[in-house]
Design a protein around this ligand. Structure first.
Ligand SMILES: *Cc1c(COP(=O)(O)O)cnc(C)c1O
Length: 354
């Protein structure tokens, strides 16, 4: 076996998806399964499909290209680059948009290959990442969008709790629904998809605070980790260990807990600080910040604690563990969402998907 290694349990992922689909169906919400955290891996995406998602969604066109063989509509989540519109109309059935110049370019490319590219217009409800903040700006482009031969506007959407940390609530999602009604009434357009955000919107379902008519969510973290992300609570009947990292011990020694000598900067330019806890058993694993941030790892042996790391080393305190770790042993970790993203992106980490 080769290490470090990320193990991905497809059965657990499918189970998470099925559980969350069960909740969403009760509110007539269709789910787009977000694949970016695992770089659009087709086997994991298939587990999403088996669990019941209606779409696959990714922020990167390269990942959607790799999912081409899976027969399900695909959504590009990040606003298209003008330099990529050709690939966007080829590999994405739907894209999220907020710039008329991009929409014009998409229309032109779509017409050139005899396609109609579907778009969802993004509304910024205050999180201040992508989308139209002033609704007049949306109303001002609708007549032109209608006239574009390569484009079909299928709905509107929003994204919250990403940049500004704004939590989805009845007032902001209600505003999205209001904009959708205005478009339907004043422009005689059918808003088929009203996409009410990401995993941070799920908390409204358990509180019965859902806005009727919002019929789509784009979910990543909740499917892979069983977490709603507005308050970080666990969703019942889900797994948080579908992804696990294994790393090999390359040194295990008792040493002082304070570095000895004058302290300058560490390998990343920070001045480190330490607490003197006497002599401790220190364990070094062969995985580093080039792969995952030490803070995004959660040792499954709860008596192990993470001291830190450098590019290629992870340093643990094993003094309190019942296990007497020795070189060659394998230490297992659960991962945060950021940890999964790093580990799946790192070429140095072997992928074991079963
Ligand atoms: C990443 C992303 C999502 C998924 O977010 P999660 O919090 O992982 O559910 C949804 N929409 C957009 C636009 C995204 O970029």
């Amino acid at each position: 076996m080769e290490y470090p290694r990320i193990k991905v349990d497809l059965g657990k992922i499918e189970h998470n998806v099925a559980t969350i689909m069960g909740i969403c169906r009760g509110y007539d919400i269709e789910v787009a399964g977000v694949t970016k955290v695992f770089c659009g891996n087709p086997k994991i995406a298939q587990a999403y499909i088996d669990g019941g998602v209606s779409y696959l969604a990714d922020s990167r066109i390269e990942n959607l290209r790799g999912l081409k063989k899976l027969n399900i509509p695909k959504i590009l989540l990040r606003l298209p680059m003008l330099s990529q519109v050709r690939q966007v109309v080829e590999y994405a059935d739907i894209s999220l948009n907020s710039e008329i110049a991009t929409i014009r370019a998409l229309s032109q490319e779509a017409e050139a290959i005899d396609k109609r590219h579907r778009i969802i217009l993004m509304v910024d409800l205050g999180d201040l990442r992508e989308g139209y903040y002033y609704e007049e700006e949306i109303f001002n482009i609708l007549e032109e969008v209608k006239s574009l031969g390569g484009i079909e506007l299928i709905g509107i959407g929003t994204n919250l709790t990403c940049y500004g940390g704004v939590i989805p609530e009845e007032w902001n999602l209600g505003k999205l629904m209001g904009i959708s009604r205005s478009i339907e009434d004043e422009f005689d357009m059918d808003m088929k998809v009203i996409s009410g955000g990401n995993s941070s919107s799920l908390h409204l379902l358990s509180k019965d605070g859902w806005i009727e008519g919002i019929n789509n969510l784009r979910l990543g973290e909740s499917l892979v980790l069983g977490l709603e992300t507005a308050y970080g609570s666990r969703i019942d009947n889900t797994h948080d260990d579908a992804f696990k990292l294994e790393a090999e011990v390359i040194e295990a020694k008792v040493k002082p807990s304070m570095p000895v000598g004058k302290i300058g900067r560490d390998a990343f330019g920070e001045v480190p600080t330490f607490i003197d806890r006497g002599r401790r058993k220190r364990i070094i694993c062969a995985v580093g910040k080039q792969d995952v941030e030490p803070g995004s790892l959660i040792p499954i042996d709860g008596e192990l604690s993470i001291l830190g790391g450098s590019s290629d080393h992870l340093i643990l305190d094993g003094t309190d563990s019942n296990i007497d770790y020795a070189i060659g042993d394998i230490v297992e970790f659960k991962l945060t969402y950021g940890g999964i993203l790093g580990a799946m992106t790192s070429e140095y980490i072997k992928k074991d998907i079963f």
